[in-house]
Design a protein around this ligand. Structure first.
Ligand code: TXA
Ligand code: MG
Length: 321
């Protein structure tokens, strides 16, 4: 990646170039009507892994996937009637809907951090929409800031924070809202407000003619998306830092695999943490599906995304809460 931030005024040719970067698996920052997003092609696992690496967050949080419209959303996720009504009323716009992934969803499992759900939104910014149209793929994009820093509302903020980690920053001027999208869990008729944001809850309630459920009202719900407890956890036991494979165990390998005759998935034969992150959730699911009682996990160095991978594996080892 270039060490100098490449800020380009958004026009037809820079947007076409940005789309080519996305197709090549690189990161592009772009304006939305809320804040700047740090985008990657959501179908490419390694591109999505690069988002987590760039943000410098030592754990995986699910990301928002940006699409052009309801039709594009329907190809990725199951849209119950209320989710459809919400999208019809507020898209394009700063409303994100968490819905169930379709079984044939072509997106990387890493965008959902291994969950069966997907957060979708159709942004209402001409540059974001032109980029989505040019790229022709759903674009995963969290706010374009390093973990722990504030969201970027101008291209220069992105350059200061992430300039050396993106292929290109599309400059569309300051963003209109400066506040992130409202996030709703719209999987059932009990629509839950996961994150207050640019669309006020009262406006959504008036449109739907029903009350949104606040997580604080229900002890069974996570209190904020950041505290999301419903992480993907395998059914099998997870044994970390394994130096051997015991009878009946499946092996989750990293680098040169341990000897085994049982089921095995290698996160990255060459020991690349980006590749390993891209493969993590699909590999865990595949090994879990073999019915093995336990999964032996080879040691993974804490370098780069290794820290986030180890964080997730430790949670998996502790099991469901
Ligand atoms: O305005 C916005 O939403 C900006 C622009 C770039 O679109 N994006 C943004 O993304 O704020 P991010 O990654 O910073 O915030 C995504 C939020 C997080 O709170 C995350 O936990 C939640 O959405 N989220 C994403 N996928 C989810 C899922 N499957 N289930 C529950 N929460 C989810
Ligand atoms: Mg953020």
């Amino acid at each position: 990646m270039p060490s100098e931030p490449v800020i380009a005024r958004a026009d037809e040719s820079s947007i076409a170039e940005a789309a080519r970067h996305l197709a090549a698996g690189r990161l592009v920052a772009f304006p939305t009507e809320t804040v700047y997003g740090l985008g990657a092609d959501a179908t490419q696992g390694e591109a999505v892994a690069r988002i987590y690496a760039a943000k410098g967050r030592p754990s995986f949080n699910p990301l928002i996937v940006h699409v052009l419209d309801l039709d594009a959303a329907g190809r990725l996720a199951v849209l119950p009637p209320l989710a459809r009504r919400l999208a019809e009323a507020f898209w394009p716009g700063p409303l994100t809907l968490v819905v169930d992934r379709r079984p044939d969803c072509p997106l990387s499992e890493l965008v959902s951090a291994g969950l069966d759900t997907l957060a979708l939104r159709a942004p209402d910014h001409p540059v974001a929409r032109a980029l989505l149209a040019a790229a022709g793929c759903p674009v995963a994009a969290p706010s374009a800031n390093r973990s722990g820093h504030v969201s970027s509302t101008r291209a220069e903020h992105v350059a200061d924070d992430l300039g050396d980690r993106v292929a290109m920053i599309l400059d569309g001027g300051p963003t209109a809202h400066g506040l992130e999208s409202t996030v709703l869990d719209a999987r059932t008729d009990r629509v839950v407000l996961l994150r207050p944001g640019a669309v006020p809850a009262e406006v959504i309630e008036a449109t739907l003619g029903l009350r949104l459920v606040r997580p604080a009202e229900d002890p069974c719900l996570p209190h904020s998306p950041g505290q999301l407890e419903s992480h993907y956890a395998p059914r099998a036991l997870v044994r970390l830092d394994a130096w051997d494979v015991r009878p009946g165990e499946a092996l989750l390998a990293f680098g040169t695999p341990l000897a085994t005759t049982g089921p095995m998935r290698n996160l990255s034969p060459g020991g690349d943490p980006i590749e390993a992150a891209a493969n993590l959730f699909a590999a865990l699911r595949a090994l879990d599906a073999t019915g093995a009682a336990s999964i032996a996990v080879m040691p993974i160095p804490d370098d780069g995304l290794g820290e986030a991978i180890n964080d997730r594996l430790r949670r998996a080892a502790v099991g469901r809460r």
